[in-house]
Design a protein around this ligand. Structure first.
Ligand code: HEM
Length: 90
């Protein structure tokens, strides 16, 4: 049940940019993933993957490899769903 996941606002996502010892999170099609554990395994390199850190990576992703099934690959990295800024639970 997706509603039991953490509700992530754009500003919460922006904090998870992989800097200051934080994990790196990215949103893909409205789902938020912790991409930190996957980064060393990304075939395109850690740097490329982290260009989407703290952001919605859907557009970049679709420009590079729309055929890749990220939902299957990142299932265990799923942390939450995107909500609008005013819709967090504090
Ligand atoms: C390659 C996964 C995000 C850039 C790949 C490949 C996979 C993959 C499986 C190999 C594809 C193939 O050979 O057909 C993922 C996943 C992502 C992600 C699961 C999200 C969580 C990104 C982002 C970028 C990116 C955001 C760019 C900003 C690249 C590049 C390659 C690549 C440039 C090609 C590497 C090469 O062939 O030399 N990625 N990727 N990826 N990825 Fe990603």
């Amino acid at each position: 049940n997706v509603s039991s996941f953490t509700r992530v606002t754009p500003s919460m996502l922006a904090e998870k940019n992989g800097r200051k010892g934080n994990d790196a999170w990215s949103a893909y099609n409205g789902k938020v993933y912790n991409i930190t554990p996957y980064a060393p395994f990304h075939p395109g390199g850690k740097g490329e993957l982290l260009r989407a850190a703290g952001k919605d990576g859907t557009k970049l992703f679709m420009e590079v490899h729309p055929w890749v099934n990220w939902e299957g690959m990142l299932n265990s990295c799923l942390v939450g769903i995107m909500v609008s800024e005013s819709d967090s639970e504090g």
